[in-house]
Design a protein. Sequence first.
Length: 78
Amino acid sequence: MMIPNAFAFERHYRELNLPVAIVAGECDRIVDIEKQSARLHRDIAHSSLHRLAGVGHMVHQSAPERLMAAIDEVVGGR
């Protein structure tokens, strides 16, 4: 149900008012960073986009420390 729900809520992305970190692997062969991640970053004005070199689709498994650093950055290092 992720894809239909993502399409349904796409028009509301600009309304988000919480910290958003978008973390994308530059070697991802499933998600196109420019078409998806960078576009989402443009839609959410206060978001941060972290492009991880040498990382594929499973960022949470292959670069967990860099993922956590991105999260810490948007929540103020809590």
